[in-house]
Design a protein around this ligand. Sequence first.
Ligand SMILES: [Zn+2]
Length: 155
Amino acid sequence: MEKVELIHLRQDVDLPYHWAAGRYGSMMLRALRDRKVILGNRCPQCNKVYVPPRVVCGPCFVQPSEVVELSPAGILAGYSVVNYPFIDPETGQKRPVPYTYAYIKLDGCDNYLSHLVDETDPSRLYPGVRVEAVFRPDGERVGRLQDILHFRVVD
Ligand SMILES: [Zn+2]
């Protein structure tokens, strides 16, 4: 086989990106920002409650039209303590390690919310342990999921 030269090109791409959160996403983010409330929605057919709120219940193909105010507390369903740094897309800075990324099942909700937990000691982290949301202080919330700073283990 003939050996051919492969040319490598370098280009730095500046890719600013923003998008509309949608009707349900905006409703949830406004509630987080303005009231420190986590909203979900309930499917009228199967009764499942989703967070973040969904436009369509996947199994039923119907619109979960009932808005539900969820508890800021729930249980840890699964987690991973992360020990390698990466650039946080929210801040552009390296996220300090270790940190815990988790799936949280809020009380009254049927699916999982992925978020951070401010505990990295595995002896305090196990499926079923109670956690609760810690919100950014008033005046610092801007309408993002990160208006929840993290969840904390409730003793
Ligand atoms: Zn459904």
